[in-house]
Design a protein around this ligand. Structure first.
Ligand SMILES: Nc1ncnc2c1ncn2[C@@H]1O[C@H](COP(=O)(O)OP(=O)(O)O)[C@@H](O)[C@H]1O
Ligand SMILES: O=P(O)(O)O[C@H]1O[C@H](CO)[C@@H](O[C@H]2O[C@H](CO)[C@@H](O)[C@H](O)[C@H]2O)[C@H](O)[C@H]1O
Length: 516
C-alpha cells in the first residue's frame, strides 16, 4: 500500500490496517471483494480507504504482475492453483461490472452497509448495450485516486481515501452539471456511494463524461516554455544587449506584453493563457450565481472572517514549517541551504499575512475549485476543461467545502506558472548545466508576463463581480497573501511527495517576499 500514492505514501508511519467492510460481488464476469479499510498511523487521525480485490491465475495474473506489479497484494499457491490477489481496477471483468452498476443502478449489501449507485438523466437516456460494450482501461499516471476510462466517452473516478459526508467534488460537479450548467467542466453522470447502516454516506466513485484532450495544461505549458527557451538560445547574440528587467504582474501599468516577448513566448500560447484566465473567471461567475442554496450562495468577507483567515494562514505556516524542520533529513544535501534559508523566513511570512486583516476588504466568498493548477485543466486543442474539484487533500473535508475568495484559485494558477518555469530549470540543470544560469532571468520574465496575461484576462472577464475587491490595493493584498499561502502549502506537499522539488516553493517564497 505504501507504494501507491493514494494510500500511505504520506510521511506518517502506518501502525495498523483493519478491514471494516467486505462487499462481495459475484456476477458472470466479475468476482471481486470491495473492501473498506481503516488505516491507523503512529500519530494523527486514521484514514478510511477503498480497495476492491480480485483473484486471477494463469496469463491474466502474469500480465498484471508484469504490467502493474504495484497492484499485486499477494501471491497464492496451493496444491491445485497458483495465482494473485490484486487491485480489481486491473481486472477487466470488474471494470465492466462497475459500469453495469451505474447503468442498472445496482445495490450491493455488505456486513455493515450497502453500495448504492445513482445516475442522472443523461446516462438513463443512453442505450444500455452500447454503453456496456465500451472497452475499458485504467488511466496511467500519478493520481490520488484511480480513473477508469470507458471507450472515449466515460470516465469513472474511484476514490481511494473516503471521507464521511458530502464529497466536495461530487457536490461541485452536480452543481455545475444540473444547477448552473457550465460547459467547461465535464458533466457528471452518476455516483457510487457506500451507506453505513443508519450512518453517513461515503462517496466511492463518480462517473463523468470523458473530454477528448491533448493532455493537461501543465504538459502544454512545459512544451511552450521549451520552445521559448529554444528561441532565446537561437537569438542569443541579438538578445545579449537586452537586460531583462522583470516587470511585476501586480503593476497596473503593465497592460501589454511587449512585441518581442509575444514573439518569444508565442502568440498562440499567450492567447490560450488569456482564454484560461477567461474560463477561470467564468467558472467563478457560475459558482457565484447561486442565491438560494446556502452551500453555494456568496457570503461577505467580514472583519471576523478576515481575522480567522489570518489565523488559519498563520497556524498552517507553523504546522508546515514544523513538518519541514522535522523532516530536513529527507531533503537532498544540495537543497539543505535553501531549505534553511526558507525556515528562517517564517517570521517574515507571518508578518506578511497580517496585511489580510489590517483593513476592511469588500469582496464576496464563494465555493471555489480549491486546488487549482495547470494539472487540473485539460487542453482540448482550442479550449480548456476544468477537472478535479476535490480541493487540497491535506485539508479535511469540511474545510474543503468552505467558501473562500476565488482569488485563491487565481493565486494557485499563478503559482503553477512559476512551477512550470522551475520544473524547466530543474530539467535544464540536468541536461544543459552550462547554459542554465543564463536562462533563469528569462524564465523569470516568462513567468511574470504569462502570469500578467492570465490575471488581466481573469479580471477583465470577472468585471465588477461581487468577489472582486473594489480597490486595487485590496486586490494586491489578497493576491499576495494567497500566493504566499499557496507556496507554504506546496512546501508541505513536496516534503511529503517530491523532496527534490522543494526548491520550487522555497524559491517561490523568496521571490514573493522580494517582489514589491
Ligand atoms: N472528464 C475527463 N475527461 C478526460 N480525462 C479526464 C477527465 N477527468 C479526469 N481525466 C484524466 O484523469 C486524470 C486524473 O483525474 P483527476 O480528477 O485529476 O484525479 P486525481 O484526483 O486522482 O488526481 C487527469 O489528469 C486526466 O488525465
Ligand atoms: O493534482 P492533485 O490534486 O494531486 O494536487 C496535488 O499535487 C499537485 C502535483 O504534485 C500539486 O501541484 C504542485 O505541483 C504542480 C506541478 O506538478 C504545479 O503545477 C502546482 O502549481 C503545484 O502546486 C498540488 O499542489 C497538490 O495539491
Amino acid at each position: 500500500m505504501k507504494m501507491c500514492r493514494y494510500y500511505g505514501g504520506r510521511i506518517q508511519e502506518m501502525r495498523e490496517i483493519r478491514i471494516t467492510e467486505t462487499i462481495k460481488i459475484k456476477e458472470n464476469t466479475c468476482d471481486a471483494q470491495m473492501l473498506i479499510l481503516e488505516i491507523k498511523y503512529l500519530t494523527g487521525l486514521s484514514d478510511t480507504c477503498f480497495l476492491p480485490l480480485s483473484f486471477s491465475s494463469g496469463d491474466t495474473a502474469e500480465s498484471v504482475v508484469i504490467e502493474n506489479p504495484h497492484a499485486v497484494v499477494a501471491h497464492l499457491k496451493n496444491d491445485n492453483a497458483e495465482g494473485i490477489i490484486y487491485d480489481s481496477i486491473y481486472d477487466e471483468g470488474f471494470r465492466s461490472y462497475l459500469l453495469r452498476m451505474f447503468v442498472r443502478r445496482h445495490r450491493h449489501r455488505g456486513l455493515h452497509g450497502e453500495l448504492i449507485t445513482t445516475t442522472g438523466k443523461t446516462i438513463k437516456k443512453r442505450k444500455e448495450d452500447e454503453l456496456l460494450s465500451l472497452k475499458s482501461h485504467v488511466i496511467k499516471g500519478e493520481q490520488n485516486n484511480s480513473s477508469l476510462l470507458y471507450g472515449k466517452e466515460l470516465i469513472c473516478k474511484l476514490y481511494r481515501c473516503l471521507d464521511e459526508g458530502i464529497n466536495p467534488e461530487l457536490e461541485m460537479c452536480e452543481f455545475l452539471t444540473d444547477k448552473i450548467p457550465f460547459r467547461h467542466v465535464p458533466p457528471l453522470l452518476g455516483a457510487i456511494e457506500y451507506r453505513r447502516h443508519g450512518g453517513e454516506f461515503l462517496t466511492v466513485g463518480m462517473l463523468q463524461t470523458f473530454v477528448p484532450n491533448e493532455g493537461d495544461a501543465w504538459t502544454y505549458t512545459l512544451d511552450w516554455i521549451g520552445r521559448y527557451l529554444g528561441r532565446i538560445l537561437a537569438r542569443k547574440n541579438e538578445l545579449q544587449g537586452i537586460s531583462p528587467v522583470p516587470p511585476s504582474f501586480f503593476d497596473p501599468a503593465l497592460q501589454e506584453t511587449p512585441l518581442l516577448f509575444q514573439e518569444l513566448i508565442g502568440g498562440i500560447y499567450l492567447e490560450m493563457v488569456s482564454l484560461l484566465g477567461k474560463r477561470t473567471a467564468e467558472l467563478h461567475l457560475a459558482l457565484a450565481s447561486e442565491t438560494e442554496d446556502t452551500n453555494f450562495a456568496p457570503e461577505p468577507f467580514t472583519a471576523s472572517y478576515q481575522r480567522s483567515l489570518y489565523q488559519s494562514m498563520q497556524s498552517r505556516t507553523k504546522r508546515i514549517f514544523a513538518l519541514l524542520r522535522k523532516n530536513t533529513k529527507n531533503i537532498p544535501d544540495h537543497l539543505k541551504g535553501l531549505t534553511n534559508d526558507t525556515l528562517n523566513l517564517e517570521k517574515e511570512i507571518m508578518s506578511r499575512f497580517k496585511a489580510i486583516c489590517t483593513r476592511k476588504i469588500s469582496a464576496a466568498k464563494i465555493r471555489i475549485h480549491g486546488d487549482y493548477h495547470l494539472g487540473q485543466v485539460l487542453f482540448t486543442g482550442n479550449d480548456f476543461a476544468i477537472i478535479d474539484f476535490e480541493g487540497e487533500l491535506a485539508r479535511n473535508v469540511s474545510e474543503r467545502r468552505l467558501k473562500r475568495s476565488p482569488l485563491r484559485d487565481v493565486a494557485g494558477m499563478i503559482r503553477s506558472f512559476h512551477y512550470a518555469t522551475h520544473a524547466t530549470l530543474l530539467k535544464s540543470a540536468r541536461t544543459n548545466p552550462e547554459e542554465t544560469p543564463a536562462l533563469e532571468p528569462w524564465l523569470d520574465l516568462w513567468y511574470r508576463y504569462v502570469g500578467g496575461v492570465f490575471l488581466r484576462s481573469y479580471l477583465e472577464t470577472a468585471g465588477n463581480a461581487s468577489f472582486i475587491p473594489k480597490s486595487r490595493e485590496d486586490l494586491d493584498i489578497m493576491l499576495r497573501a494567497y500566493l504566499l499561502e499557496k507556496a507554504v502549502y506546496e512546501i508541505g506537499h513536496e516534503i511529503n511527495n517530491r523532496p527534490e522539488w522543494i526548491m520550487i516553493p522555497c524559491r517561490g517564497i523568496k521571490h514573493l517576499l522580494e517582489t514589491n
